[in-house]
Design a protein around this ligand. Structure first.
Ligand code: PLP
Length: 617
């Protein structure tokens, strides 16, 4: 156990606060963007906010956004800080929307997006008097006139930021001005703005009072969710927790001492001249935390009868005379204000301990291994090495049961899949013959939860398996919808197949897309599409998605597939997302497999999907 100070982060409380605030805002037609920047973009925090109903994640730093995405946060991202000119390329490929106020930056974003055939969303910020970022209202229409002409840019909305610098309070008046500016832009250029973004946590009071103008339909909330406070008076928000984050430090000295220092006084360690009130002898505790770790002025002891006397770089001194049961080696806990939280989350000396009261429901760890084969008995050379797979799953702490092999009949496969999913177990089916897939998808479409799917495959022909999905239980919509299906790794697609993709709204990433965007980005987008509004995802790994040097023994090999590393990166990102509810591994021709290289690779990728670290991303 590390013995420095630490911050506990109660993810259930963050989720609860997010739900309180998104519910309130939802009643007023306002969508909430959850802001994680004060936590340095902590993935668990972003996931808790998303569970609590925020529509997207707002961050100020690209580095945080990349960390969130790499850790399986499947959300839309908004870049809050006005982007630097130099970051255009990174921004258009990595974030969905950025807040902007400078024409030349928007031009750079346009150029970068257009070059890649992308469209980047911007929110134009208007300065309504707080004097931080934003276009001056007089300059708004002239600027928009230029922006609407730019290729690769969509003006998604108009926003403002108040209270952060000038302390300006959001009011019916300035918010109406924002709505008026937006309407003027819409009329002058005949465009529709998706968002009118009415600020940050300082707008919560206005929303709760019902006085936020109706046009405002978006807000960006950090502190309100994380610390459970509005930020005009810093009052606790109703039905929100203020202690989702607590700082803990250890008592390293506990002694009775006089309350006034002895001797001639000069400057203290920070150039101040301290003053002291004589209260006689007091019990004083020194804690192993100081100005190097937090903003001491932003701490408040959880125990009410303790007061902070002062601090130097590494020591915090507290008067504990009134406190009971304290001892050397014990700990004290503190509430933090925004500044103290920011410093504690940034300090490398302060350990972060995210906690959840309940077990992660999305982390299904009980797997059913089942083989699908055409003969009446199992394959003598299956696509995975069963013993090795079983041992590997064991090591990863994944429980598994083995089922008798499933006969390769569409109806039989479909029913077996649905049955396993209904039992809340994860089917891990493997089959040498890729034609097993339609039965698998039918089973998914029929089974209880709504699932998305990520299909790794080289051939467009695998798309046709989705052209005839059955309706769900009770004649409802299929449990697997085409909007939530993503293909990755395609490189042989006929024109009819690409038409089918377009008609059905299936997403497809070809090898070309992977070259342009990078595997990380493609996987992140795939995870987002497949998980949006679903209870998890199914993954099909057709071994022909991988390059022939990695998996040569497939039925119809095509060169130029996913590299060994790209494959593992993809699997590890899926594992980290905790979203996988079902897995199929298909396409194997044992006669072609010299030294079982392809089977070994398949086994390794499956373990990677369950969290075995190969690349250590
Ligand atoms: C930080 C930030 C927010 C969130 O502010 P909170 O006071 O934490 O709610 C919203 N918008 C912008 C532009 C920000 O920089």
């Amino acid at each position: 156990m590390p013995y420095g100070p630490y911050v506990t982060i109660d993810l259930d409380k963050i989720e609860h606060n997010a739900r309180t605030i998104t519910t309130l805002c939802g009643k007023h037609g306002i969508e909430v963007c959850g802001v994680t920047k004060v936590t340095c973009g902590m993935p668990q925090v972003a996931k808790a906010m998303l569970r609590g109903g925020v529509a997207c994640i707002g961050e100020s730093r690209m580095k945080n956004i990349h960390r969130l995405k790499a850790n399986g946060v499947a959300a839309e991202f908004t870049l809050l800080r006005i982007p630097p000119l130099s970051a255009a390329d990174d921004i258009v490929t990595s974030v969905d929307m950025s807040l902007n106020s400078e024409l030349s930056v928007i031009q750079a974003l346009s150029e970068a997006a257009f070059r890649r055939g992308l469209v980047h969303n911007i929110m134009i910020m208007v300065d309504l008097g707080d004097l931080r970022e934003g276009v001056w209202p007089d300059d708004l229409l002239p600027m928009v006139r230029e922006v609407v002409e730019l290729p690769g840019i969509r003006i998604a909305g108009l926003g403002t930021n108040l209270s952060c610098y000038g302390g300006i309070v959001p009011s019916g008046k300035n918010m109406n001005q924002l709505v008026d500016h937006a309407r003027r832009v819409e009329t002058a250029f005949d465009i529709k703005l998706r968002y009118i973004s009415g600020g940050n946590s300082s707008s919560l009071n206005l929303i709760a009072s019902g006085k936020m103008p109706r046009g405002v339909n978006h807000i960006r909330i950090g502190e309100g969710i994380l610390l459970g406070r509005e930020t005009i008076h810093r009052r606790a928000w109703p039905d929100a927790h203020q202690d989702a984050f607590l700082l803990h430090a250890e008592i390293i000295e506990l002694k009775e001492k006089p309350s006034v220092p002895i001797g001639e006084t000069g400057e203290d360690a920070f150039g101040g001249r301290p003053e002291f009130v004589d209260k006689g002898e007091r019990d004083r505790a020194i804690l192993n935390i100081g100005r190097e770790d937090v903003v001491v002025e932003g701490l408040k002891p959880v125990e009410p009868n303790i007061s902070i006397l002062g601090a130097s770089s590494d020591h915090l001194i507290a008067d504990v005379t009134e406190a009971e049961h304290l001892q050397l080696g014990g700990e004290l806990a503190f509430f933090m204000n925004y500044g103290a939280l920011l410093a504690a989350m940034t300090s490398e000396y302060v350990e972060k301990r995210p906690m959840r009261g309940i077990e992660l429901v999305s982390e299904h760890r009980h797997v059913v291994l089942a083989e699908v084969s055409s003969r009446d008995k199992a394959e003598s050379h299956p696509i995975v090495n069963i013993e090795e797979l079983a041992a590997g799953l064991n090591q990863l702490g994944v429980f598994f049961t083995r089922r008798q092999h499933i006969r390769d009949d569409r109806k039989v496969v479909s029913e077996a899949m649905a049955e396993i999913i209904d039992e809340d177990l994860v089917p891990l089916v493997y089959a040498n013959d890729p034609k097993t897939c339609p039965g698998i998808y039918q089973g998914l479409a029929l089974s209880l939860p709504f699932l998305g799917a990520i299909i790794f495959s080289a051939h467009g022909s695998s798309i046709t398996a989705f052209s005839e999905l059955p309706v769900g239980p009770g004649g409802e919509a299929p449990r697997l919808e085409s909007e939530r299906i993503v293909f990755v790794g395609l490189r042989e697609v006929s024109s009819e197949e690409s038409q089918l993709v377009r008609r059905s709204r299936i997403s497809a990433y070809t090898l070309e897309d992977i070259d342009a965007l990078g595997m990380r980005e493609v996987m992140y987008r795939a995870l987002r599409t497949a998980s949006m509004g679903t209870d998890g995802i199914h993954v099909t790994l057709d071994m022909d998605a991988l390059d022939t040097s990695v998996a040569p023994a497939v039925s119809r090999p095509v060169r130029g597939g996913l590299s060994y590393r790209e494959g593992h990166l993809a699997m590890e990102m899926i594992a980290k997302s905790g979203l996988m509810r079902s897995l199929a591994v298909v396409d194997y021709v044992p006669e072609k497999d010299v030294n079982r290289a392809t089977a070994d690779a398949a086994t390794e990728y499956v373990l990677s999907l369950f969290g075995k670290k190969i690349l250590r991303i």
